[in-house]
Design a protein around this ligand. Structure first.
Ligand code: ADP
Ligand code: MG
Length: 237
């Protein structure tokens, strides 16, 4: 579904992504790990057109999407959430989700009904009339998810969906990701919580200082010497 081919990106002298290369098969969940500053969000920016790579290519369903704008890439079927949440604060929860649907449906009622389905899915239906700025972090993460779903993605990139939410909410978010996959969405997941990652991911890419230091099954990654040294820590081993 997705092929990332030798992506390079630097900001000034800093190599944020260096020869990143992996593939994502349809129906799988790929995890992306690495310490802060490793280049994970930059990778998402490159795939979704928010940043242009210095070199390398990104193929979606066999075709290069290099040079396309974020909205074009989104329309092709790649959705994303942002680590730094970006809801429209002066719109209600319902309106935030409806906005994303307007590129697919022409009727307001249709958009509203579909928005309600996503809000139901993420458990925010009872908050649909609330302004987005009034939501807790956990609720905003769910709103982000519903908004991303509203672009009807085939591939969904989730940037730290469980980051900063209270521990009780984590299992609910995990089961949402599981259900997304069950319903046919392929997922790439940046995730710091190793328990979450190990339970969800089919494969894992590990980044460190812009470099891809490992790719493999979760079990292999957990036992990978360099991943342990640079990220998981000796106590984890
Ligand atoms: P991660 O998501 O793994 O924490 P990022 O991809 O956000 O890492 O950042 C990787 C590195 O690139 C960091 O050192 C960060 O400061 C830098 N960086 C990211 N985006 C920009 C940008 N737009 N301009 C300059 N530096 C950036
Ligand atoms: Mg990040």
């Amino acid at each position: 579904m997705l092929a990332v081919n030798y992506l390079n990106k630097s900001f000034g002298g800093l190599q944020a992504n260096q020869n990143i290369k992996f593939e994502v098969a349809e129906g799988e969940i790929l995890g992306v790990i690495g310490p802060n500053g490793a280049g994970k969000s930059t990778l998402f920016d490159l795939v979704t057109g928010f940043e242009k790579p210095d070199s390398g290519d990104v193929l979606f369903l066999g075709k290069s999407i290099l040079g396309l704008r974020p909205d074009q890439i989104n329309r092709l079927g790649i959705g994303r959430t942002f680590q730094k949440l970006k809801p429209f604060p002066q719109m209600t929860v319902e309106e935030n989700v409806m906005v994303g649907l307007m590129q697919h449906v022409s009727q307001m009622n249709e958009a509203r009904e579909e928005a309600h389905r996503y809000l139901e899915f993420v458990g925010l239906i009872d908050k649909m009339s609330v302004y987005a700025h009034g939501l807790s972090t956990g609720q905003r993460k769910r709103l982000e998810l519903a908004r991303a779903m509203a672009s009807r993605p085939k591939l969904l990139l989730l940037d730290e969906v469980t980051g900063g939410v209270d521990q009780k909410t984590v299992p609910e978010l995990v089961s949402l990701v599981e259900r997304l996959r069950t319903e046919g969405t392929t997922v790439v997941l940046i995730e710091h919580n190793m328990k979450v990652l190990m339970s969800l991911a089919d494969h894992v890419v590990a980044l460190h200082l812009g470099q891809q230091i490992a790719y493999g099954r979760p079990k292999e990654i957990q036992a990978h010497k360099q991943v342990i040294e640079s990220y998981l820590g000796a106590s984890y081993a």
